[in-house]
Design a protein around this ligand. Structure first.
Ligand SMILES: *[C@@H]1O[C@H](CO)[C@@H](O)[C@H](O)[C@H]1NC(C)=O
Length: 489
């Protein structure tokens, strides 16, 4: 008991110390956060790990992925705290990592090569998924239901690993267009390193985009296990818009612009996520008018600005909720994903505005690049510890951060410390334990606080404690911008 009390006092002191260091020292160390946000992707790797793997408590896993269909689908990323490889969020993650580099790679200094490696880990897998079997795109490995009924290290997986795909008779325009976007964006990032590889990515992207346009359908109608985790709730028109926008950026081929104008993709949006890409596509297309001065893209700028006016806290047309501590609050499950993806769009749109000295108005309220940057910085600072709890929502950043992340590999003993197999059900003793995770998933940003800024570090609560690759991917871009501007704080 006495020990517990002592520990509790030490914990409180640490808590207070971290709160004061954050509030008195001004800016968080963005350069440190940037490096950690990229390192996180190594913790999510599937397949055979390379010698330069820095997260050492992970080992090879999923080495026979694809064998159920006699193809090689090893590699790629586990999406979050489980061991399934879901194509839709993995592709969105890869697209956002690539976009982060395209806009802010120049501010990444030593981290640029690490960020490129994170993109390539995604694009290598997606290229295989798109090209192993002509006429088919593999969109998932592992059955979410059997996976979720286990608490098992990826290195120990022993349940069947079924393989899911889309094809002309089983369409999936959403997942195909997102994968096309990912491959095209990756090609843009990696072409200066390896032109041949980038051309292969682009060729596969073109094929997929043609397939997505020609055989229309939602992949969750073809691949039932996509739901409920990653149903395309917003439909597939947003991905067709987004995929064509990326193909147009990568190829400048007018075909993709004609596709865009044929879609009638006019839904308004006040969110941006692995599911709903309208806002992202419009910001991306606004670049053509703001940076390249092509007036025919003005309609996309109006739609992008409509989106921003739905987000900004001082906008009369705001439809976005904020917590009392000032955090954008969209949905109660994994809310920080919306915070990081929207913050990326704020930062990126501010960059485009600056390049042409552009401002706009939300009704009578003038919006400058600084309006957008101030909001984005506030969101990122909140994530990094400047919030009512005084907690950093990035694992391993600062002194006070979540210890019980909802993540199988992080919460179970490592292979190095516990080489013998831990079975599917055996792992639940670690899941339900109140102890901190033994392995630090450095850089992981968890789902985050509730709408009142409250947070409880409880592993079983996946809505607030689960990390995800698509929370981190857009954060990489915003952190690069902030590190470039403010450095180490
Ligand atoms: C543009 O893309 C379309 C569709 O993929 C293709 O048929 C056409 O040849 C391309 N045009 C050029 C100039 O590359």
């Amino acid at each position: 008991m006495a020990t517990n009390k002592l520990l509790f006092s030490v914990f409180l002191l640490l808590h207070l110390a971290s709160f004061h260091s954050v509030s008195s020292k001004g800016n968080p160390n963005y350069a440190d956060a940037l490096a950690k946000s990229i390192l996180f992707f190594q913790g999510q790797r599937s397949g055979k790990l390379p010698p330069d793997q820095k997260i050492k408590w992970r080992s090879n896993s999923g080495l026979s992925d694809g064998s159920a269909a006699n193809v090689d689908l090893t590699g790629g990323y586990y999406d979050a705290g489980d061991n399934v490889k879901f194509g839709l969020p993995m592709a969105f993650t890869t697209t956002m990592l690539a976009w982060s580099i395209l806009e802010f790679g120049g501010k990444m200094s030593g981290q640029l090569s690490e960020a490129r490696a994170a993109v390539k880990w995604g694009s290598d897998y997606l290229l295989k998924a798109a090209t192993q079997t002509p006429g088919k795109l593999y969109v998932g490995v592992g059955d979410p239901n059997s996976d979720h009924s286990c608490w098992e290290r990826p290195e120990d997986m022993d349940m069947p690993r079924p393989v899911f795909s889309v094809s002309p008779s089983n369409p999936g325009s959403d997942v195909a267009a997102e994968t096309a976007a990912a491959l095209a964006a990756s090609a843009l990032v990696l072409q200066s390193q390896d032109r041949t590889y980038a051309q292969r990515l682009l060729l596969a992207a073109k094929d997929l985009m043609g397939f997505a346009m020609q055989y229309r359908g939602a992949y969750s109608d073809s691949v039932r296990v996509a739901c409920p985790s990653y149903c395309s709730y917003s439909g597939y028109k947003d991905e067709l818009l987004w995929g064509n926008a990326w193909l147009y950026r990568a190829t400048k081929n007018i075909t993709y612009l004609n596709f865009i104008n044929s879609l009638g993709a006019n839904d308004m949006a006040d969110i941006f996520s692995w599911d709903n890409k309208f806002a992202g596509a419009r910001v991306l297309l606004s670049r053509k008018t703001l940076v390249d001065k092509d007036k025919s893209f003005e309609p996309f700028r109006f739609q992008a600005e409509d989106f921003l006016c739905r987000i900004l806290p001082n906008s009369p047309s705001k439809t976005t909720q904020y917590t009392p501590g000032g955090l954008i609050f969209k949905l109660s499950s994994a809310n920080l994903q919306y915070v990081t993806s929207i913050s990326f769009l704020l930062t990126t749109y501010a960059k485009y505005m600056t390049s042409s000295g552009h401002t706009f108005s939300c009704q009578n309220v003038l919006i400058t690049p600084n309006t957008l940057r101030t909001l984005a910085k506030k969101q990122i600072d909140y994530i990094l510890g400047q919030n009512p709890q005084g907690i950093s929502y990035m694992v391993g950043f600062g002194t006070f951060y979540p210890q019980r992340v909802h993540h199988r590999a992080s919460s179970l003993p490592s292979i190095a410390n516990h080489p013998s197999h831990i079975g599917c059900q055996e792992g639940f003793q670690y899941f339900f334990s109140g102890n901190p995770n033994p392995n630090l998933l450095t850089g992981a940003v968890v789902g985050g606080p509730d709408q009142n800024d409250a947070f409880s570090d409880t592993r079983t609560d996946y809505t607030h404690l689960e990390p995800a690759t698509y929370i981190n991917a857009p954060l990489v871009g915003s952190l690069a911008y902030l590190a470039g501007r403010y450095g180490s704080g």
